[in-house]
Design a protein around this ligand. Structure first.
Ligand code: AMP
Length: 281
């Protein structure tokens, strides 16, 4: 079977309706393309669990807070289609921006609270853009299950809350972060690292692992955990830390004293490339 390329909303709706007629369940994997094995894990899980797997590839302009990030975002549709084909996806929905935003957008989805700190603080408007496009995708591809990576832990929490609050009839399936052998979380943005920056990038995960180790050996002070993790990152002057915080996974607010499960989340810059990662402890 070859993967079906869908460019318009109407042909996508027809494809889903035909699958429903055949009694197939629908799995949706929203992405921005430049696919790698992190996306691969989502597609594989969808393939195991659902009858028709639809991967969406759309570099969503309204979630970018910096024009140059949007402009430089890697795009390679032919390679992405081949990747989806290899992993056994049934369809790729790859609309252009005019198809998704044909009229001026006057409606948007904002998830309060969870969206305010971390990514929400450093990327104004980002989560509104994400929640809005995901809500649109859920209406275009009415899926039974939709797959999201824990690599973007705050995004996952935002989507889970949106689905609960607005009663979207879809189950959100979290998928564990896929890493390179040296620990660096796979990301489309890794392609933009110079070889030298690529050599430095694994320090991010190393710092998060140090934070995890401290918590697991009994530290309960978020300040102490932060300080030690930040010490690892500051070993290398090429790294600019945007945030590294100990977070309550339910609210995405900062924690002072750790008494139950937390997420340690960080964002750093290496040159012009921004990397994020997190661990759950
Ligand atoms: P993106 O194309 O970066 O918007 O990501 C699309 C989906 O893939 C999101 O749900 C991400 O969380 C997920 N994803 C990206 N990188 C990884 C990774 N290394 N491991 C697991 N999931 C990932």
């Amino acid at each position: 079977m070859t993967v079906t390329l869908l460019k318009t909303i109407s042909e996508t709706r027809a494809c889903i309706a035909a699958a429903r007629e055949r009694g197939l369940s629908i799995g949706l994997v929203p992405t921005m393309g430049a696919l790698h094995e992190g996306h691969g894990a989502l597609i594989r899980k969808a393939r195991e669990e659902t009858g028709l797997v639809v991967v969406t590839i759309f570099v969503n302009p309204i979630q970018f807070d910096r024009p140059e990030d949007l402009e430089k975002y890697p795009r390679d549709l032919d390679a992405d289609i081949a990747f989806c084909q290899r992993l056994g996806a049934d369809a790729v929905f790859a609309p252009d921006a005019a198809e998704m935003y044909s009229a001026q957008l006057l409606t948007s989805v904002a998830v309060a609270g969870i969206s305010t700190r971390l990514e929400g603080e450093f990327r104004p408007g980002h989560f509104r853009g994400v929640a809005t496009v995901v809500a649109k995708l859920f209406n275009i591809v009415p899926a039974d299950r939709a797959y999201f990576g824990e690599k973007d832990a705050q995004q996952l929490a935002v989507i889970q809350k949106m689905v609960a609050d607005l009663n979207f009839p879809v189950s959100i399936v979290p998928v564990a972060t896929v890493r390179e052998p040296d620990g660096l979380a796979m990301s489309s943005r890794n392609r933009r690292l110079t070889p030298e920056q690529r050599g430095i990038a694994p320090l991010l995960y190393r710092a998060l692992c140090e934070a995890e180790r401290l918590l697991q050996t009994g530290s309960r002070s978020a300040a102490e955990v932060r300080e030690n993790a930040i010490k690892i990152l500051t070993q290398n002057p090429a790294i600019r830390i945007e945030y590294l915080e100990v977070i309550d996974p339910a609210t995405f607010q900062l924690v002072d004293t750790v008494s139950r499960g937390v997420v340690i989340a960080a964002a750093v810059w290496l040159g012009q490339v921004r990397l994020i990662d997190n661990v759950r402890v």
